[in-house]
Design a protein around this ligand. Structure first.
Ligand SMILES: [Zn+2]
Length: 401
């Protein structure tokens, strides 16, 4: 096993829960992982610092101090009972790529290991990448975890200075690009037998909470034609969501949670609540799907004589990866003898926040069965190596400009 995979295995030791990988933002395990990553950065010739949000930043300095900077990296926090590659791969692969450069470039190369991508500990997310991009909202410092500890207190305990959050931002115009390597977390590359793929966009997402209100009644005495069955109506609505989501290749629509009341075998359901999650690489596509879903749902509600209300619980715009960076990645992928496959990202990433600062691009690495957020997460060493070589090629290519 090569160094990159050994390092990813070593990071498994930094867990808040023995016997599994759980590494929450600003926890003791996060501190241990940050220290480990700093050691590897120094070994690769980088100068290391931490910013106000606890992001570890290693810099391979250019000869000229006033040179612009190219940013690489991903996150080292994890979900509970996580796999070892989500986030961590992007940090370790970036360090590996820097190590292979063999010297300074005409720009600084910063590798960033963000600490808050998964948003598990605090009701905030992307704190590190938002701060680096200059869009961090200081009100988030008051967010508290389940133990009542505020983000601000946790940062201080981590050795960071939350008062300096505004200074964590890179100077606009100095950052040339942000490049993130990440496992695909989906089955596309595996199905097409490709080790890596080039991300075109990070999908925008809308989440709705739908309430259907009918009339509860006796399951034995109310004739079918006189019922106002909220669950029967909701069932048709769920089918409609699936149909709309299936109508276009890059669109996805999901009903992930449903609750029916009163919830008894002999009672017609009077009240139903369910969620809808719609994602697409273009905001226009997502908005069109949402209006089609709403249109169909009102028709269904009318036929069932039930009332329908929908509320929006989450909204994130799609982020486009820079076409010129996609092109650079595609050339580097082709140079590795791999067909450049472009695909959208269904999951959110730090690159989403970094897009507020500079052009972003992502390289996906194939993962087994599309599984992530799960200890069963698996990648091939050869695929990770391909990603490192692609990254190094893109960096040296930028040098030629
Ligand atoms: Zn991730």
């Amino acid at each position: 096993m090569g160094r990159l995979m050994r390092r990813l295995d070593a990071l498994m030791q930094d867990s808040d829960v023995p016997g599994e990988l759980t590494r929450l933002y600003l926890s003791p395990a996060h501190a241990a992982a940050a220290a480990r990553v700093e050691g590897w950065m120094r070994e690769a010739g980088m100068k290391v610092r931490r910013d106000a949000l606890g992001t570890v930043i290693g810099r391979l300095a250019a000869v000229r101090a006033d040179a612009p900077v190219v940013l690489l990296g991903s996150h080292i926090d994890t979900v509970r009972n996580a796999g070892r590659y989500d986030g961590n791969l992007g940090v370790v692969a970036a360090i590996e790529a820097v190590d292979r450069l063999g010297g300074a470039l005409p720009f600084h190369v910063d590798v960033l290991a963000f600490g808050d991508e998964e948003g598990v500990r605090f009701p905030v997310t992307l704190s590190g990448s938002r701060a680096a991009a200059g869009t961090f909202d200081p009100a988030a410092l008051d967010a508290v975890d389940d133990d009542g500890i505020s983000l601000s207190t946790a940062l201080a305990a981590f050795g960071a200075d939350p008062a300096q959050a505004a200074c964590a931002a890179y100077e606009r115009g100095r950052a040339l690009a942000f490049l993130e390597v990440h496992i695909e977390q989906g089955p596309v590359l595996e199905a097409e037998r490709l080790p890596v793929g080039i991300v075109t966009a990070i999908n925008g997402a809308t989440r709705l909470l739908v309430s259907v209100s009918g009339q509860a009644g006796h399951a034995g005495t109310v004739p079918m034609g006189l019922r106002r069955d909220a669950l029967a109506a909701a069932a048709e609505m769920i089918v409609a969501v699936r149909e709309v989501g299936s109508a276009q290749e890059e669109l996805v629509a999901t009903v992930g949670r449903i609750a029916a009341r009163p919830g008894a075998a002999n009672v017609i359901p009077g009240e139903v609540e369910f969620t809808i999650d719609v994602r697409a690489p273009q905001d226009g596509m997502r908005h069109a799907a949402l209006s089609e879903i709403r249109r169909r749902m009102s028709g269904i509600a009318e036929r069932h004589h039930v009332a329908l209300t929908t509320g929006r619980s989450h909204e994130a715009a799609a982020v486009q990866c820079a076409p010129w960076l996609q092109e650079r990645l595609a050339e580097a992928v082709a140079a590795e003898g791999v067909v450049p496959r472009r695909l959208a990202s269904g999951a959110g990433h730090d690159a989403m926040a970094m897009a507020a600062l500079c052009p972003v691009a992502m390289l996906f690495v194939r993962c087994r069965d599309g599984v992530s957020h799960n200890p069963a997460e698996t990648i091939l060493e050869a695929d990770a190596d391909t990603a490192v070589r692609v990254l190094a090629r893109v960096l040296t290519g930028l040098q030629a400009e």
